[in-house]
Design a binder for this molecule. Sequence first.
Ligand SMILES: [Zn+2]
Length: 316
Amino acid sequence: MSFSDFTRRRSSAPTTTAEPPFDNHLADMIVRSSDNVDFHVHRGVLAMASPIFHEFFISSHYPRAAEPPVEHMSEESGTIDSLLRLLYPVKSPVLGDVNAIVPVLEAARKYQMEELALMLRKKLVSPPFIEAEPLRIFALAIRLDLEREIATAAKYTLRQSWPPPYTVELKNIPASAFHRLLDFRERCSTRASLLGSDFRWMNNKVGIQSSWAWFKCGRCAKDDAYIVVENQQRYPRSWWRDYMRRAESALRENPCGNTLKTSTIMWPTLQSIADPNRMCGCATAQALDDFRAFVEIFATEVEELVSEIAEEFTFN
Ligand SMILES: [Zn+2]
């Protein structure tokens, strides 16, 4: 593939000069955007960032003329401006939404600017974008064939209720990819909710303490299920088991760690702990700390399970 594959056909429309610093007439070439904005740039900078430009400059024989040569690009001026601001030692562009990131990422990949593309891929799946619009980013990642970002976005869709809000980017992906996302959700839902009823994952797990209030209490109603803690069977109290039942059902809807920390799931247990009349006297501030510590371990377990499922899953 040669550089000319990337350039657009020349047009005779009037041109304007880019904003500073890309109006510097000491530059040795001009990059003209598809909307006819001239960016005054340095071949050395572009060649260092992109092997495509590097090869092109090696094979080009520019005449020794007073005016710098002009190369016509297929990208719009906004995209070229952001791309150049990321390459030059100037203030970074504001890429405040997904619409601003995607064209720059596409250009960075096209010109094989690996480091830049990697940085933009990370930005695409960073909060707040991924938290606000996981399905949209999933669809974009499918279209751009970004394997890691597809899996990350798929995991974030689990935090939203189903069906998620419509996003126009779904028009650009095959129905099979959406079907795979449904499959993924189903698999995560089944396996994560099981953690709320089958406690074997806790057996001798680091962090699970026999000193926790629901193991230590000898008076509140006891549950049938047991957990092996430090090689001994421990029977949790039923007030703890009530939380696990709520967790099991909530994880079926939203199989992700955050589900376990929502007020709806935690509140009845916190109420019990706050009201000594409901329990034997094991309801103490320590019980609250124990419960919080447990919820963190449980949430991490769910996240690890979901990541494991995502890793072995083929989304496209
Ligand atoms: Zn008790």
